[in-house]
Ligand binder design. Sequence first.
Ligand SMILES: [Zn+2]
Length: 471
Amino acid sequence: MKKLPDISQDVSQWYNEVVYKAELAEQSPVRGCIVIRPYGWALWENIKSVLDARIKETGHKNASFPLLIPESFMKREAKHVEGFAPELAIVTVAGGKELEEPLVIRPTSETIVHYMFAKWIKSWRDLPLKINQWANVVRWEMRTRPFLRTTEFFWQEGHTAHTSKEEAHEEALLMLDEYVKLAQDYLAIPVIAGEKSATERFAGADATYTFEGIMMDGKALQMGTSHMLSRNFAKSFEIEYQNKEGVLENPYLTSWGVTTRLIGAVIMTHGDQKGIIMPPRVAPIQIVIIPIYRKGSEEVVREAVQELYSKLSKKYRVELDEDDSKSPGAKFYEWELKGVPLRIEVGPRDVENKSVMVGNRVTGEKTPLELDGIDAAVGGMLEAMHTELFDRAQKRLKDHWKHEAKLDTFGPAMDKDAGAYQTGWCGEIACEDKLKPFKGSIRCVLKNKSFDSCFACDKNSERDVLVAKSY
Ligand SMILES: [Zn+2]
């Protein structure tokens, strides 16, 4: 097989090839849409199952809303339609006839969900209402990249309604916090959470919270968002309820989502020259067992690997690679490319010694392990690997993260080598726009204040911002 492009020279090309070579996805006949192959989908399912459990534990219920939305719905909230209009795919003909009203393929579901909320929310007793759906959406993107930016993508979108602004705000921050935990505790990706500037907000939100990862090339990736929607949504869709005093009021709404882009984040955070590295807690295959046959001892080895497989697969996601058309070397190469955390090699001498060789995908080390007690030992190795991956990514984040007072200094550096810059900002769009020539943007407004003035002018800065190039 052809080698992957040099990751230290061209991360972008490395990414484009590794996605296909590792069989995560395949290009489809429709531009910007990908086929997610079983190995990639299994990763998404593992991420989904972790998050879905948390969504339910935090009091939300799953439901499903239609893929098609009447075009007029999109137009009800002015900012929303303005933001989404350029990306909409619209069905105008169906059943062989021109439709009376065109139908939009959902780019997000606020409008249809709020239409239903208006029917379901009548009294303060109906609140809070907390709904989530797992779905695919379509946004007509001009420049696409597998997982990172695709025309069709999969995600979850949460939609909630509350009696008070404070409660809605708590909800938006709670879900942001759940996302941060998902990224750090399962994907082993350290992230920076903050609030979007007005220009980067979700179309129609009063506040958008984001969490951003810094990828290996120093560019920021927005990994998910959580929004406090403007009250206009509730007004436009006539969501009204009677409060305890019998007065009609509009509820406060939130929405929040993460997408299959998280798969792109995993690849762009943990990969190396050999391929991708799957974070152990969500890896589709955590352990691969490879028999090493020598003439005359095939049967002994075959029995040993099958016994090992049945023991380990009770606790872990295990693959037994018995394909005898490939050499062990070819198999090592393939499983390293796919980023399986642990590789167990079993040869005749190992069977004799009641031990096996375990290869660690992160460190590249090979360690002998006794068969007795191996199930606990590999569990320890997988956990250590999660920490190792996180620490490595954390170290890189710190290396990329610099503090700089003025754009004159960091602008050219950012343009050339990317990187994340913490700096001050006066809050004005005119200054934000000055980042454009350097291909940077404000990724988020941080909580801390370590700069007294704006990166572009002499006005005061209330809170620091994080500036970077982004995907
Ligand atoms: Zn300024």
